[in-house]
Structures are given as C-alpha cells and as structure tokens.
Design a binder for this molecule. Structure first.
Ligand code: BES
Ligand code: ZN
Ligand code: ZN
Length: 521
C-alpha cells in the first residue's frame, strides 16, 4: 500500500508516534530538548543507557513516554554527522526507518524537523523531503495478486487488523520549512512514481504481462500524461523487415510489439532550438525468456519474468519525465517479445535479416535480447537521429557473475556521456561500473556464413563484453551510445534501504537525473 506524505507546520495531536532526527556528536534539536524537559529527562536518560545507539545514519532508538506528554512513543533517528548529510543519506535514513515503523503496527507517524544546525550539503527542507522519499521508496509493495489483503488495508478484515496491528500508511512531516519541503518532495515523487511503475511491470507475472498487454499498458499509462505512444504490431514489423525481433517472438502464441514513446518537452527550455535532436532510451522487453529451443534449465527459470526490466525502466523513465514536465525532447523505444520453444520457434542455424539489413546467424536462441535490441537500435537511429542512445537490457548472466546485484556494468563509446552517467549515478545511488568496448569483441561475433552471429566464438568468456560487441554492430559510426546491462540490478533477492526485494526499478532515477542534470538547461 502506498504511503501518504503530508506536510505541516505543527504536529497533528492525534499522532502518537513521533520521530526526531539526531546527529552524531551534536546536541538534540529544540523540540526534542523541550520534550526531554517536560518528560523529566526521560530522553537524555534513555540515551545514556543505550550505548549502542551512536546516531549513525539510519540507527533508531525507541523511547516510551508516560502520560501527560500527549505522545506515547518517540523514535530517535540517527542521521550521522550533520556536515556530511546529503540528500542520498537522508533518503537512506528514511528507507531504514520504514521497517521500524511498520513493525510497530501503527498506521501513522510524524517526523519533527527541529534540527538543522550544522547541515552543510542540504537544508532542512531537503532533509525532510528526501527522508520521506526514501521511506516511500522502501515502503513499496506488490500485493496485487494477494486475495487476502494486508491487515488494515482496503478489503482487509477487522479481526486481522487487531492481531497484526495496522498497516503503516501516513507520514507527516512537521517543521517551519514545511512548504519548501512539500515543493521539493513533489518533484522527487514524480520520479518515485516512475520507479514504482517499473517495479510493478517487472513484478507482474508473464501470463498477464506479454507484448500486447505491455504495449496497451504503455499507451493507457502514458498517453494521458501527454506522451505520444506509437505501437508497431507484427504485421507492421514484417512489412518493415524487422527480422530479428520477429524471429525471437516466433515461438510464442503472443505476438511481438515495438513501442515508441515521445515526450516533447524542450519547447519550454531556454536553450531550445527548433529541430534539436532528441535523447533516446531503448529497452529490452522480453516478457518471458525460456531460452527458446536452446532452453534454459528449469530451476530458477521463473526469474526470467524480469527479462523485460530494461523496457520497464524506459517506461518508468518516460512517466517520470512527463509527470515533472521535463524540458527535453526524449524518445523511448522498447522491443517486446516472448521467447518460447515451439514448432514455430526460431532455431539455432537460422539466418535472420535484421532491420539494418545485416544478416545474423543464430547459434543460440537464448541470446535473444541482442536480437530484439538490434532492430530497436536501428529504428531509433534511422527515425530520430538522436543526440545519444542509452539502452538498458537484462542481457547476460555473465553480468551477474561479474558484478552481482550491486553494480550495473555500463559500456560507453563516449567519455562525456560516461562522465554524465557517472555523475548521475553518484547523485542517485544507482551504482555503475564502466566496462570495456573493444574491436576484439566486435570481431568475435563475425560469422563464417552470415554478417554476424548471435554468440561469440570465444565461448562463455567475457560474455557481457561480447554481447556489447554484438550491439555495436548496430550503432552508426559516430553515434554517442551507452549500453547498461541490468541483468543483476533489475531484480534483487534482498532489500536495500530504499529498494525492497524483487523488481527494483533500477535505471529510472539515474536516467531521470541524467536528463535533469545535463539536458534541460
Ligand atoms: N535474459 C538472459 C540473461 C539473464 C540471465 C538476465 C540471468 C538476468 C539473469 C539472456 O537472454 C540470456 O539468456 N543470455 C545468455 C547468453 C548466452 C546464450 C550467450 C546467457 O547469459 O547465458
Ligand atoms: Zn536468453
Ligand atoms: Zn533474455
């Protein structure tokens, strides 16, 4: 259930759980100090008897107050050193606070922003807004398929609510800078909405999310926000000669789609020039990857519902840009197909003609993502001549072997774009690691019988690099391009402070920051 965040100058009396920020090596804020006085030193006493609570970022200490104070529970939330606190750390503290609040079984809590002394990197409003955003990011849950809703939630039974407590649903931010915090939060919340859309898409099972339903979702979700959505169906793609994406979808009863999303927001920008080339984002949207005829082993195959994580991130990004009315022209392209084995499936040894005209020898039907991307990449360059392309794809298992779930391996043919990506990564905490592009790997996918082949001649070695080498064959000479292999980061099995397990929405925040930071001036 989504959390509601409200902003007020003074606390609602009916809220009995109140959170205060405390900084390492600093005095408590004015309101906390006052409360300590009226409660007869209860807070100072609790602190002196809790040697493990060091006010480090995300540490919490729960204190119960006796009657008369109007509060029942105070939570001290460690923020680390005031001078070091930035928006990301405030967000992380908010993310760590959520499970603490949710375990209490209360439905609401207030955060009192009474301590802004010593802040150097952010102000009090930013602290409050980021903290609330972090809490909301962590509180995301995907319960659409639970017939028994969480206790207290809409449809939940009263008796359950009594057993398990209530579901946490309201966070009130209190302080003098409430209005400024609200404005900042609303901006952050546009991006969070995009992240949630990406997470929802990744978490949706493949019997409900397949190319046609995915395309319909995109149109229904984005058109009302002012995004132009164009859907290429199988017939259209056949006419156009998109032989690579079509081959991947051949084994499935669900026909493939390509969806093009356009956000034309540059008109409002100061530097807007007529006919300025758009930015392009391309996503792999394999709604389920069985491997096809080169079928994958059974155990773990269910995870391949997340093989559309790249497309989900592009859709989430377009939603964020539209919600916050980004002053940039951006085009998103997603290739949607289901990779299934059947009598109609494409096979190893097939030679395909891609939309670019290059022929591709299929040697493994499980290396399908690069085929889907190939036609999308050609299409977006030919149609929009973009200033740059960033593609996102759950492309290789080798990326998981190399970097696990923490870092996204990113290949870039341009140092300026890489620098911008690196800065956007630092600003959002979505971690990137630069990977090498090399002619050796481009050559490694040359085929003896066709122009190229879909797996490398050097076997499993450098699997992520050879996949990038394959994609490079579909990038025009001189085109600025980056490829983010999100195989490890699109899906998690464990929680991070602001990312609950399963679909992560990785890439939405980072690419939103890229557009905002470098292309909206
Ligand atoms: N979708 C997979 C890659 C993947 C694996 C994503 C694990 C997320 C988690 C991709 O289509 C694939 O199967 N790649 C093959 C390529 C190989 C056949 C060259 C792989 O990585 O094994
Ligand atoms: Zn595959
Ligand atoms: Zn795949």
């Amino acid at each position: 259930m989504a959390i509601t965040v409200t902003f007020k100058k003074s606390r609602s009396e009916k809220i009995h759980t109140v959170v205060f920020p405390v900084f390492e090596g600093a005095k408590p804020g004015a309101e906390l100090a006052a409360l300590d006085k009226t409660s007869g030193g209860l807070i100072a006493g609790a602190l002196s008897h809790s040697p493990k609570f060091k006010s480090r970022n995300g540490d919490t200490l729960e204190i119960f107050l006796h009657g008369g104070s109007g509060l029942s529970r105070v939570i001290l939330l460690g923020m680390g050193k005031a001078a070091e606190l930035d928006a990301l750390k405030a967000e992380e503290a908010g993310g760590k606070l959520f499970p603490v609040l949710s375990k209490l079984g209360v439905s609401e809590a207030a955060f009192i922003s009474d301590n802004e002394k010593g802040l150097e990197k952010i102000n009090g409003a930013m602290l409050a807004a980021s903290l609330a955003n972090g809490l909301r990011l962590r509180a995301y849950s995907f319960d659409r398929y639970k017939s028994k809703k969480a206790a207290g939630a809409k449809g939940g039974k009263k008796a359950e609510a009594q057993d398990a407590g209530k579901v946490f649903e309201k966070f009130e931010l209190v302080g003098d800078s409430a209005a400024a915090a609200k404005a900042l939060y609303e901006r952050l919340d546009c991006v969070t909405a995009g992240v949630f859309t990406a997470r929802d898409l990744v978490n949706t099972p493949p019997n409900d999310l397949y190319p046609e339903s995915f395309a319909k979702f995109i149109a229904d979700e984005l058109r009302p926000l002012g995004v132009e959505v164009e859907i290429l169906d199988e017939k259209k793609m056949q006419k156009m000669g998109m032989g690579a994406i079509l081959a991947v979808g051949m084994g499935s009863a669900r026909q493939p789609r390509m969806v093009i999303m356009r956000w034309n927001g540059a008109k409002g920008a100061k530097s807007a020039k007529k006919g300025q080339r758009p930015l392009a984002f391309v996503g792999k949207g394999v709604t389920f990857d069985t491997g096809g005829i080169s079928i994958k082993p059974g155990p773990g195959m269910e995870e391949m519902k997340m093989d559309m994580g790249g497309a989900a991130a592009v859709v989430g990004l377009m939603k964020s840009l539209a919600l916050r009315k980004a002053k940039a022209d951006v085009v998103g392209v997603v290739g949607l197909a289901e990779n299934m084995p059947s009598g109609n499936a494409y096979r190893p040894a097939d030679i395909l003609k891609s939309y670019s005209g290059k022929t591709i020898e299929v040697l493994n039907t499980d290396a399908e993502g690069r085929l889907v991307l190939a036609d999308c990449l050609t299409y977006v360059q030919e149609t929009y001549d973009p200033r740059f392309i960033v593609d996102l794809a759950t492309l290789t298992g080798a990326m998981l072997v190399a970097l696990g779930h923490e870092y996204c391996g990113t290949f870039a043919n341009d140092d300026v774009l890489w620098g911008q990506l690196e800065a956007s990564s630092a600003a959002t905490g979505e971690k990137l690691w630069r990977m090498p592009l090399d002619e050796v790997w481009r050559k490694d996918v040359e085929s003896p019988v066709a122009d190229i082949q879909n797996i490398s001649k050097s076997g499993r070695n450098a699997g992520s690099c050879t996949a990038a080498g394959f994609l490079e064959h579909f990038i025009d000479e001189g085109r600025t391009w980056a490829h983010m292999d999100i195989a490890g980061t699109a899906w998690r099995k464990t929680d991070l402070p602001t990312v609950p397990k399963f679909g992560s929405g990785f890439g939405v925040r980072l690419l939103d920051a890229l557009v905002a930071g470098f292309y909206e001036k």
